[in-house]
Write a protein that binds this ligand. Structure first.
Ligand code: UD1
Length: 339
């Protein structure tokens, strides 16, 4: 079975290509390499022992979709390709509405035109904002987005759900990711932030590698156990496996004309920023140079997942620990620094 992986050269996409291969699927990557490097393809070839077919094209390019769908018999799409920098989305909202929303509309139109019916969509726990109660279940309410990035995830979920409701054959699942971290155990693929990382774990590894100055811990006055904000950090390989489970569930619905559902994909465990730093230090034996700084605008206090629904319906569960994820992230950083 052929699965089109948009953004397949990216952080989560590349790890998903590996897990798809292990589960017996063939991946076709569609990526414009705007936020990834071609070297990812070499890493994938080494890990899976064969090259992965790819199309270098933009998801806003209607002709590119036609070319892929004409040349390949695609059974399903996992749609990762999107912009994801919260701060940038505030400054350049139209870039986010174009690449995240408009391109998703185009993809759905092209799926209908070419009769492609299965879709797994990359969503985010950002749709819950600061939840009223923790852990967050899929029944928790969606809160008004506090960035254009977050808004694009909410809008895309609605667009997909509305399209499924037309009963024209589209079946879809949205996966609401918590905080993906870590890297493949081979250290051949991982996260490659361009410029100064906005996310915590790449900033930690780059600081320890000497590529960045001190890590700023944004706020120690939150109402949490140590005053720093709480997130649910999930190993990217566990997250990648959730996509394979979602795809399998979609394919099981083949006799149905319509199917849409959404799932939390996290570990169920919240960790504070200081706990992440401590876990990094104890799993690598290295010190993280950090200082407490004011809160970062737009950050929520705490969010972590209840994953009962994904455990029961998807038959998926996160297996790797925070310590393993941080050790893998560090091994990847060391490998990247040697290049
Ligand atoms: C947010 C979104 C997530 C989105 C991601 C994209 C939420 C809950 N999550 O993740 O959906 O996919 O952005 O980038 O809105 N921190 C520091 N110092 C740093 C960097 C981060 O202290 O240098 C802290 C943050 O304040 C936060 C935690 O570390 O408390 C995690 O931050 P980050 O890795 O940026 O992820 P989120 O903001 O949770």
């Amino acid at each position: 079975m052929k699965i089109l992986v948009t953004g397949g050269a990216g952080f989560i996409g590349s790890h998903t290509v590996v897990e798809l291969y292990k589960a017996g699927y063939e991946s076709i990557i569609l990526d414009n390499f705007s936020n990834s490097e071609k070297a990812v393809l070499d890493g994938l070839t080494t890990i899976i022992g064969q090259s992965v077919k790819y199309y270098e094209a933009d998801i806003n390019d209607a002709a590119a979709w036609d070319k892929v769908f004409t040349e390949q018999q695609i059974d399903g799409i996992i749609h990762f390709a999107a912009n994801k920098a919260v701060g940038e989305s505030v400054k350049e909202p139209l870039k986010y509405y174009r690449n995240n929303v408009a391109a998703t509309v185009l993809m759905l139109e092209k799926m209908q035109e070419h009769g492609v019916s299965n879709l797994v969509f990359s969503s985010s726990c950002t749709v819950y904002g600061q939840p009223d109660a923790l852990p967050v279940t899929e029944k928790s309410s969606v809160k008004p987005a506090n960035s254009p990035y977050g808004n694009t995830k909410q809008i895309c979920e609605e667009i997909i759900s509305d399209t499924v409701a037309t009963e024209k054959g589209l079946k879809a699942i949205s996966l609401r990711y918590f905080n993906p971290i870590g890297a493949h155990e081979s250290a051949l693929i991982g996260e490659l932030p361009i410029g100064v990382p906005a996310n915590l774990v790449p900033f930690i590894t780059q600081t320890v590698a000497g590529l960045r100055g001190q890590l700023s811990v944004f706020g120690d006055d939150y109402p949490t156990s140590d005053g720093t904000a709480v997130r649910d950090y999930i190993h990217v390989v566990d997250l990648a496996k959730a996509h394979v489970s979602a795809l399998a569930l979609l394919l099981e619905q083949k006799d149905k004309n319509t199917y849409y559902d959404f799932f939390n994909i996290g570990t169920g465990k919240g960790s504070t920023v200081l706990e992440v730093i401590q876990a990094f230090e104890s799993s690598t034996g290295l010190k993280v140079d950090y200082a407490i700084k004011p809160r970062r605008e737009g950050d929520v206090t705490a969010v972590y997942a209840d994953c009962t629904k994904s455990n029961e319906v998807l038959g998926w569960k996160a297996e790797k620990t925070l310590a393993e994820a941080l050790a893998d992230a560090w091994r990847w950083q060391v490998a990247v620094s040697k290049r």
